[in-house]
Design a binder for this molecule. Structure first.
Ligand SMILES: *[C@@H]1O[C@H](CO)[C@@H](O)[C@H](O)[C@H]1NC(C)=O
Ligand SMILES: *[C@@H]1O[C@H](CO)[C@@H](O)[C@H](O)[C@H]1NC(C)=O
Ligand SMILES: *[C@@H]1O[C@H](CO)[C@@H](O)[C@H](O)[C@H]1NC(C)=O
Length: 641
């Protein structure tokens, strides 16, 4: 009986569909509605699912990947069959899949198109909601998909139809917004193309014609299920390298500035579901026969990569051996092209880059590396990584032999979007903060930088996040509360609590419609180390006017002092303001009101701040829009007691 049930469940998932790495519009641009039918079901990595036979585990045997057909019966797996296996880093893990895909199928629609997703939850117990990250949901805040805040979960066995307008254009993504399903399969790319213009130029005249556009969904990958990882973090059980079965100890790692990187060990990462576990962080993978995600290019052509960070914890530095990256868009918003050796992407962010295939016909490594630099004890370590391949047409199918660019005094490396201001001297590397990117004219015309004439058109908000003191690692998002749960345990208003010290509550800030709202996001606390953290605002894209970094030792690159522009007022910095009161009312020196980049997710540097602006023009269901930060300021002690 038990077997029968298991069998019935498994055949629901007929087969795994290989990930489409190219950007292919899902509907014709003249269609007013673009409709998707999604079935969400379980799937397992390293298992071959097909319509013809029962699912088969994939194993390494005789130095090759084989399907295990029986106790002593193995068969080589063909390349075509392997395309239908989510190999990840080579271990087995049950995931959630949309129509048999991990990452989920890319949604590629046109601006203004009505997007309809008929979702069927075929899981046994888990509820689901899907957040459309980057969509502003103008007039449809109830479609934002934030589980238990703006949306009741779609329970096991239930169906639900999402319906919203594709706006704005650009590279976005979608992901489950309930628990930790997002990092176990329920995420994918969501691309909005401009209508009535050549998609290859994205409406920006200066960009070249792209021979192809590729999707790259990046994720750091844990051997254990995310629900386990999440709980073990909450319980303070992060001192094991891989999981509790592994007695080897894990020491927290930090960036060059001393800021915390991950609360658990980096194990591996995947590009479009494909990765490797690299033993001791060398170039030696644990299972070398696993496929590398490979992108084909032709000589002297341009390629656009739409990159999504759908991961859990670790920021990634992206570089292509022998090829410069040209950043053309951040979080879907076009910026004036900026070349660099590499670009950093944080959880929730998107970056579009252009690669010009101007090198000899060959294979080149694509490197996606963490920012880990040393252990908290000061021992230097190699960054964690995942590798992909850039393969020129007619090159061999051998793996690349290329080396990472050496940054030295004669060839300094430029990196865009560092979570800190500078690298140590010895790295010969220069950081370009994301705030130094410039919006294109078209981006500014579509969404001008909010300015105001009189003080009553202006609202100023300071919000401090306490990342280092928090044992909840993700989904510290900003949310618009639609008051599905106006009362109850989940929503304890900070007003009803004594928050003079750390507390756990929901921080609600009412924004007045039509006002220019300047928000200062802070990352200040009294923990011994700092931790940069990305923040995502729902319902708006904001202009990044300024980043305030802390003070550093310019030789070692380590943080020495919290940024002095902020006066914390209390030890835990819960009632902060500008140190110089003349900065109030929008008079912050050094803010860019001319052409700042537009984003919806931003890394708040440890012991630093971000100044951003929105126009409060996208109300929720109430007359005044309500924005809330889940300001969970609980200390580890409070939560574990
Ligand atoms: C399986 O693949 C290996 C390596 O390509 C090859 O040596 C072997 O002969 C194959 N086995 C069968 C049964 O085809
Ligand atoms: C990895 O490093 C450890 C500790 O240095 C060493 O004992 C082990 O042999 C290494 N493993 C491999 C496969 O290189
Ligand atoms: C800055 O860092 C360098 C290198 O670690 C160290 O030698 C120096 O003493 C530091 N300077 C200060 C002022 O702490």
């Amino acid at each position: 009986m038990k077997l029968l049930i298991l069998f019935t469940v498994l055949v629901n998932l007929k087969s795994v569909i290989s990930f489409e790495q190219k950007v292919v519009p899902s509907c014709n641009q003249n269609e007013p509605v673009c409709e998707f039918n999604w079935v969400i079901d379980y799937l397992e990595t390293m298992v071959y699912f097909s319509e013809e036979q029962n699912p088969r585990p994939v194993v390494v045997r005789d130095g090759v990947l084989q399907k295990r057909l029986g106790c002593n019966n193995y068969e080589n797996i063909t390349d075509t069959e392997l395309e239908r296996v989510i190999t990840a880093e080579g271990s087995y893990k049950v995931l959630f899949a949309i129509n048999g895909q991990v990452p989920g199928p890319s949604i590629v629609v046109y601006e203004g198109q009505q997007v309809v997703i008929n979702l069927k939850n075929n899981l046994l117990v888990e509820g689901i909601t899907i957040h459309w990250h980057g969509m502003v949901q103008r007039g449809t805040p109830w479609m934002d998909g934030v589980g238990t805040i703006s949306h009741c979960p779609i329970n096991a066995g239930e169906s639900f139809t999402y319906r919203w307008i594709a706006e704005p254009i650009g590279t976005h993504w979608y992901h489950a917004h309930l628990g930790v399903e997002r990092t176990d399969g329920l995420a994918g790319a969501l691309i909005v193309l401009p209508k009535d213009s050549d998609k290859k130029t994205n409406g920006v005249a200066e960009l070249p014609d792209f021979a192809e556009e590729y999707v790259m969904v990046l994720q750091d990958w844990k051997y254990s299920p995310s629900v386990e990882v999440n709980q073990e973090i909450n319980w303070g059980l992060t001192g094991y390298l891989r999981d509790l079965n592994d007695p080897e100890c894990y020491t927290t790692t930090v960036e060059t500035d001393g800021g915390g990187v991950g609360l658990t060990a980096f194990e591996s990462a995947v590009i479009n579901g494909k990765g490797h576990y690299f033993i001791n962080r060398t170039m030696v993978p644990d299972t070398p026969m696993l496929p590398y995600e490979t992108f084909m290019v032709e000589e002297y052509k341009y390629y656009r990569f739409r990159i999504v960070h759908a991961g859990m914890m670790f920021a990634f530095r992206i570089s292509f051996d022998k090829h410069a990256v040209q950043v053309v868009s951040v979080d879907g918003n076009d910026v004036i092209e900026e070349g660099a050796e590499s670009v950093i992407i944080h959880g929730g962010e998107r970056v579009d880059i252009v690669i010009f295939a101007d090198q000899p016909i060959d294979n080149y490594w694509i490197r996606i590396e963490t920012l880990e630099s040393k252990t908290v004890a000061g021992e230097e370590i190699e960054p964690g990584k995942v590798l992909g391949v850039l393969r020129y047409q007619s090159a061999s199918t051998d793996l690349p032999k290329t080396e990472r660019m050496k940054c030295d005094a004669d060839n300094r490396c430029k990196v865009i979007n560092c979570p800190f201001k500078l690298f140590p001297d010895s790295h010969y590397t220069d950081c370009m903060p994301i705030s130094d990117l410039k919006s294109t004219k078209e981006t500014l015309e579509k969404q001008p930088v909010p300015t105001f004439q009189s003080p009553d058109e202006f609202q100023e908000v300071f919000i401090n996040f306490h990342f280092s003191n928090v044992n909840i690692i993700y989904i510290l998002y900003w949310m618009r509360i639609e008051k599905i749960y106006p009362t109850g345990d989940f929503m304890v208003d900070c007003k009803d609590k004594d928050c003079s010290d750390h507390c756990q509550c929901t921080h609600i800030i009412e924004l007045q419609r039509g006002k220019v709202v300047q928000i200062v996001l802070l990352n200040m606390d009294d923990a011994p180390f700092s931790m940069p953290h990305p923040i995502h605002m729902h319902g708006h894209h904001f202009h990044v006017l300024k980043i305030g970094f802390p003070e550093y030792n310019s030789t070692s690159g380590e943080i020495t002092k919290q940024n002095p522009d902020i006066r914390c007022n209390t030890a835990d910095c819960n009632t902060p303001t500008w140190a110089n009161e003349e900065w109030l009312g929008g008079n912050v020196p050094g803010i860019n009101l001319v052409d700042p980049p537009l984003k919806d997710t931003i890394m708040v540097p440890g012991r630093g701040y971000i100044v951003l602006r929105i126009k409060a023009d996208n109300p929720g269901s109430s007359f005044f829009p309500i924005i809330s930060g889940l300001n969970k300021q609980n200390s580890v002690e409070t939560d574990t007691s």
